[in-house]
Ligand binder design. Structure first.
Ligand code: TXA
Ligand code: MG
Length: 304
């Protein structure tokens, strides 16, 4: 789709898919209650799960939420990029109430992808955008994934494959509270801790409503930490493997960044391969591996 056409649709309150450096987003004008409602309906998303608001610059983000010094430091270090800050919503911020699902905070992100940046700058308004998958499905990292979930009628801006492949890291920055990671993502806890002191582990699920829902589920049963898959298994390998059945390498050379990039695409491919079961190799639980394992556990049915 042409970018001008995408902009027209957004100005008319439409919902479109736009690439970001993490995953494709299902975007609409965050200031329009009707447009925001259309995101929830299109995605089949529960109204209790708030959306991330995307803006072009740190300056634009400061008009929507109040920044603690820690928020300021994180924004300077990682924006534009795969960081989402959850901070107190400013009174009068031009964002529909439904975006934050009744919370007093707002999740804000300045994405780095040149196409998303171009759209945000041309529009001059914040865009609400969850990942462009049907609720519960793996996140989309290509145009084909978006089309698999929504069919040919949804306008999609084609940006090829997403660079990071995993969603942004969601970090809560509230006055008088320790900085707290709410969702593991593309930036590792070490990346965050290199800039500001951050609480151990993940914040409570109640602070991150998305964690309390079933997520990333393939239709095929999925098992984790498998080093010797059954012959019929679709195997998501990490490092070398001698599996002779269908194989979907996350990274043949055992590289975590590559595994993050490929995770959702290989999960979708394994799911449609016809194999009776998906088996996943162990992935080290450190760095971006924390986010990979979080998504894999959810794909296997875990919630929380
Ligand atoms: O990389 C990403 O973050 C992508 C791209 C499109 O930007 N977006 C994305 O959105 O992953 P979504 O809707 O799939 O996930 C947003 C997460 C959810 O877990 C939601 O509960 C949480 O952010 N969230 C949004 N607003 C929040 C708030 N005010 N407080 C706590 N969590 C919030
Ligand atoms: Mg999502």
């Amino acid at each position: 789709m042409e970018i001008d056409w995408i902009l027209d649709r957004l100005k008319q309150g439409g919902v479109v898919a736009i690439p970001t450096e993490t995953v494709y987003g299902l975007a609409a004008d965050a200031s329009s209650p009707a447009a925001v409602k259309a995101i929830f309906t299109t995605k089949g998303r529960p109204q209790t799960n708030p959306l991330i608001v995307h803006v072009a610059s740190v300056q634009a983000a400061r008009t929507l939420v109040t920044f603690t010094p820690e928020a300021e430091a994180l924004a300077q270090a990682f924006w534009p990029g795969p960081l989402t800050l959850v901070a107190p919503r400013r009174p009068g911020a031009p964002v529909a109430e439904a975006v934050s699902a009744g919370l007093e905070t707002l999740a804000v992100r300045v994405p780095a992808h040149p196409l998303m940046q171009q759209v945000l700058q041309a529009l001059g308004r914040p865009l609400a955008a969850p990942s462009a998958n049907r609720s519960g499905r793996p996140s989309p990292t290509t145009v084909d994934h978006v089309a698999q979930d929504f069919g040919p009628t949804l306008p999609i801006l084609d940006g090829g494959s997403c660079d990071k492949g995993l969603e942004s890291t969601v970090v809560q920055v509230l006055p008088d509270h320790p900085v707290q990671i709410l969702r593991y993502g593309s930036l590792s806890p070490q990346d965050i801790a290199a800039v500001v002191p951050v609480a151990e582990g993940l914040g409570p699920g109640e602070a991150s409503p998305g964690r309390l829902l079933r997520h990333y589920a393939p239709q095929t049963p999925l098992v984790l930490n498998i080093t010797a898959p059954e012959p019929m298994d679709a195997y998501l390998s990490f490092g070398p493997t001698d599996h002779t059945g269908p194989c979907f390498p996350l990274s043949a050379r055992g590289d975590m960044t590559e595994a993050a990039q490929r995770l959702f695409a290989q999960l979708r491919a394994a799911d449609t391969s016809g194999a009776p079961r998906i088996a996943v190799a162990p992935v080290p639980d450190r760095g971006v591996g924390l986010a990979i394992n979080d998504r894999l556990r959810r794909a296997a049915g875990a919630v929380g």
